[in-house]
Design a protein. Structure first.
Length: 221
């Protein structure tokens, strides 16, 4: 029997987690994530919650009133069953990426792990069209779906203390882009010079990459 019901459990005194991790592969990653986005959108302005945080295969809801926990734990499975998923924005953004060298210090290691040459890694990395699953880790950091499974690579055993903004990395089954300088443990294979964060401006949408699709392509230095 195929499981289509997520787990729902309490987190701390005022939060609830809707955990959909066991619904894959009965449901595709994008189907799960689009239904999570829909549920988050539906309740984003609900005064019952102080925050709603979509994650990879999960949604965390923080309540103002702890006495409402039992009620919402019971309601969430029914609310989930009513979702069908929101349509993705058809916007496609192309990001130029310089691969290897000082811009991608882990490119050679990723190639070695997978017994590929660096040109093959670059080709495999630039071929897919990626979709932003969610933003996390730091403001505006996109976790991207679409990475070729031949490039799945574990994070570094010892994270770097400082990674330049625009760095493109691989962390497990996903690829991502650091919008701002930050510590991190992803395998760095390249860097884009296209600004991905506008937190210092008055833009309504502070991050270039949100719930959209986009392409990466190799760029000259």
């Amino acid at each position: 029997m195929i499981n289509t019901s997520p787990k729902v459990y309490r987190l701390g005194e005022r939060a609830i987690v809707l955990d959909c991790s066991e619904l894959f592969p009965a449901l595709s990653k994008l189907t799960i994530q689009s239904r999570i986005w829909e549920l988050a959108q539906q309740h984003r302005e609900n005064s019952t919650f102080t925050d709603i945080v979509p994650g990879m295969n999960n949604l965390t809801l923080f309540l103002k009133d702890a006495s409402q926990l039992t009620n919402w734990i019971a309601r969430l499975p029914e609310l989930w069953s009513d979702t069908t998923g929101i349509e993705l924005d058809n916007t496609i953004i192309e990001l130029p990426v310089v691969y290897g060298g000082k811009y991608g210090p882990d490119l050679d290691e990723v190639a070695r792990v997978h017994q590929l040459n660096t040109s093959e890694v670059i080709r495999m990395h630039t071929t897919p069209e990626y979709t932003v699953l969610f933003l996390g880790f730091q403001p505006g950091f996109p976790y991207l779906d679409g990475l070729n499974n031949h490039l799945f690579t574990p994070r570094l055993s010892t994270p770097r203390l400082s990674i330049p903004a625009g760095s493109v990395g691989i962390g497990g089954e996903q690829t991502g882009i650091y919008p701002k300088e930050a510590p991190g443990g992803w395998q760095l294979i390249g860097r884009t010079n296209l600004p991905c964060s506008h937190l210092t401006t008055q833009r309504i949408q502070p991050f270039l990459l949100q719930d959209i699709r986009f392409d990466l392509h190799k760029s000259a230095v």
